[in-house]
Design a protein around this ligand. Sequence first.
Ligand SMILES: NC(=O)C1=CN([C@@H]2O[C@H](COP(=O)(O)OP(=O)(O)OC[C@H]3O[C@@H](n4cnc5c(N)ncnc54)[C@H](OP(=O)(O)O)[C@@H]3O)[C@@H](O)[C@H]2O)[C@H](O)CC1
Ligand SMILES: [K+]
Length: 513
Amino acid sequence: MLSQDGSGAEILTVEEMYSADRLAIAGGVAGRDLMEAAGTAVADSVLLYESSRAGAVLVLCGPGNNGGDGFVVARRLKAAGRAVRLALLGDRSALTGDAAAAAADWDGEIEVLDPAGLEDVALVVDALFGAGLNRPLDGLSAAMVEAVERAGLPVLAVDVPSGLAGDRGDAPDGPAFRADRTVTFFRKKPAHLIVPARFFCGDVQVAQIGIPESVLQEISPRLFENSPALWLAGFPWRPAEAHKYQAGHALISGGTEMTGAAQLASRAALRIGAGLVSLACSPASLPIYALANPSVITLAVGAAADFVAALADPRRNAVLVGPGNGVGADTRERAIAALEAGRSLVLDADALTVFEGRTEELFKLTAASAGETVLTPHDGEFRRLFPGIAGDPLERARVAAAQSGAIVVLKGPDTVVAAPDRRASINGSAPPWLATAGTGDVLSGMIVGLLAQGMPAFLAAGAAVWIHAQAAFAFGPGMISEDLPDALPKVLARLSDEAGRAVDYRKIVNNFR
Ligand SMILES: NC(=O)C1=CN([C@@H]2O[C@H](COP(=O)(O)OP(=O)(O)OC[C@H]3O[C@@H](n4cnc5c(N)ncnc54)[C@H](OP(=O)(O)O)[C@@H]3O)[C@@H](O)[C@H]2O)[C@H](O)CC1
Ligand SMILES: [K+]
């Protein structure tokens, strides 16, 4: 599942985090040591980033181990010479276990939580609730959130901003801190990545606190942060001795009116490394495609039957139907032909819309197909194709993948790639300017380009989503879709260095010198 190194891409649910805790403690790590390391990591983050602030750090401690972390933070900051105040929600006598031990090591005053007592405060450390939040904030904690917000004070959240449920990406049910920074432990949770929960966390830092990596074998998480750690080891770099047929052949279905979409997709498929790209289009639109895309093979295809003929060539091993194809029977027939031909297939845009209200027919075909299918809906297409599925993007993509037997790419600022076996990746960052016309066509072209090169669909979709966002970041604001395919090589070059392939390419260049 994970690339060989698998370094740190896993995302753990709250339940899995508690298991990691238990497994670490069962393996001989003392819970108190975990808490000491957690609190120290938070204190270090304050000292590193907030040292400029005059005024007191106010540590808000809750009744559990999140609060226990807070006692460690306060003690460490005080020892480092920072002005620190500590306020506890509930009674000190109610503290148990590691939290009680951490409180016993605190030699300062323990105030009662007081929304009115913020005047000399420069920074709030939120150690009220973390993984254990199980209901919306109310009473004093809710009042505290409001008072801190009104005072405009910066917040550093311990593990998860209080008020946010760690496993959910949707907006919190009640008040929640809007943290400038969150320090979490061992691995991120879904709330740290899924929009809008992610926006309450600010900059998320992951601290290692002594939980051994080996616990992951036992937990075997199914959720990952989309990053090269997940798929770089399986990225289809072109070997030195390769010829173009070894890098696959993508067949892309082009529309007659909207001729831009398939061109963007074709260029992107070539740029991501497909050996050949054939663009199947109507005879009337062929000159438009042929003139504008010299490196793309244009295929005159009239009725759907001709598209079936184009699929007869097994070398055309990956297919994309949808971008600019038009919402009509012909598009649906092309998609069905590709599914029946058992090719690796991306269905995007119109090829999704044409199955509205006909998902049973689609799912029968995707389940029966010998090839892997990738569906790439944006939110609107998703809701039309899967009207009955509710929840946050992660949950919805997972349910749709299970129902359709396909890889589902639910596009958004936190694009989720989900597989039928519940594996899923969340893309943690994409620039706002990526949401512009045509970028979806480029993405679907990148996915089919990687499928053509034999990359497994779950990893191909993840790699394409991540590289797509990075290319957009690299280009910067003002980017339009035409810029994206040509912005890919820079990201690929960076990745090839990261993959340690740089030596090969330099060797090749030196050979030709
Ligand atoms: N491996 C790690 O990640 C480590 C994490 N640590 C820290 O431990 C917390 C989790 O601690 P836990 O005690 O399990 O839970 P919390 O401290 O988050 O919550 C404490 C209790 O608060 C009650 N609760 C929940 N929601 C509310 C609410 N809205 N209002 C009032 N009270 C609430 C609930 O108890 P109930 O009995 O009332 O249900 C919670 O149990 C984790 O976040 C890390 O910060 C370890 O320190 C180190 C290892
Ligand atoms: K917290």
